[in-house]
Design a protein around this ligand. Structure first.
Ligand SMILES: [Zn+2]
Length: 89
């Protein structure tokens, strides 16, 4: 198993323990730090009807985890990686 495969498998196991088995979570970038000009965090897409899709904030309605990536580009990359892995076994 490659280092990437091992890391992907371990991260998926951790995420499933938080999100629930079988979750096919879609990810988004989010404003995880107050005052940042661009979203620097990654979080699951919020299923709440009152949370507008283009609102990158994190509220009490939003599912965990919120992962701080420290930069907009890293957050966008991590969200894209997680979305690419959606549904992988
Ligand atoms: Zn929400």
């Amino acid at each position: 198993m490659s280092a990437l495969s091992a890391a992907r498998t371990a991260a998926r196991r951790d995420l499933l323990s938080v999100l629930g088995a079988g979750a096919r979570t879609e990810w988004r970038t989010c404003f995880s730090t107050d005052g940042s000009e661009e979203p620097t965090g990654v979080a699951p897409v919020c299923p709440d009807e009152g949370h507008e899709e283009d609102d990158g904030s994190v509220y009490v309605c939003c599912p965990e985890p919120v992962i701080e990536a420290d930069s907009h580009t890293m957050a966008a990359y991590l969200a894209a990686l997680l979305n690419a892995d959606r549904g992988a076994s």
